[in-house]
Design a protein around this ligand. Structure first.
Ligand code: GRF
Length: 183
């Protein structure tokens, strides 16, 4: 199947930027807040939508709007790369099995929004990053690819986050390229 990938993002967009160099094309970017990923989309001529996850939108309403936008752009697959809104049943009803998530830890270790902080607090010497198939339960689902990243003595959250991101920029485009080619 010829894929049409949407990237959902809330952050700087460095993982989105890394896709193109690896030959993975995004047909749409959706952000849930004003963020750097929208600028990356603009710079790469990728259509981008801001669907804010404000207090006016319940999770169902947000999902509904996102699913409608994905349908309008003929999207077949979704990659959540630093997307900070939890997806609900409507999204999985429409795209279940074709939604992937990048997470900055070696899942199942350190699930949740503070994976880098939690790894440092736990005092472990190794963490990493994971691309997995998304399901309703947070940071669960079939693991597609993982890479290890050492935690150095004296690491702060920002130094470790930067080291993990550098690895994410290699792993996610490569792994997404494979799953999309196989789908
Ligand atoms: C990545 O480290 C991702 O794993 C985490 O948020 C970060 C997003 O970075 N959930 P960017 O927006 O792609 O630069």
């Amino acid at each position: 199947m010829e894929y049409r990938l949407a990237v959902l993002a809330s952050g700087e967009g460095s993982n989105l930027a890394a896709l193109r160099g690896a030959g993975v094309r995004a047909a749409l970017v959706i952000a849930d807040r004003a963020c750097g990923a929208l600028g990356v989309a603009r710079a790469q001529d990728i259509p981008a939508l801001l669907i804010p996850r404000g207090s006016r939108r319940t999770r169902d309403l947000f999902d509904e709007e996102v699913v409608a936008a994905l349908g309008a752009f003929g999207i077949t697959h979704i990659a959540c790369l630093g997307f900070m809104t939890i997806l609900g049943r409507r999204m999985f009803g429409a795209y279940g099995g074709r939604i992937y998530n990048g997470h900055p830890s070696l899942l199942p270790a350190f699930k949740g929004a503070h994976a880098v902080e939690d790894a440092i607090a736990a005092g472990v010497s190794m963490t990493g990053c994971t691309l997995h198939e998304m399901e309703l339960a947070i940071d669960s689902g079939r693991i597609i690819a993982q890479a290890r990243v050492p935690i150095e003595p004296g690491d702060a959250v920002e130094t470790l986050r930067a080291r993990i991101k550098a690895r994410e920029h290699e792993l996610y485009p490569w792994a997404l390229g494979h799953v999309l080619a196989e789908s």
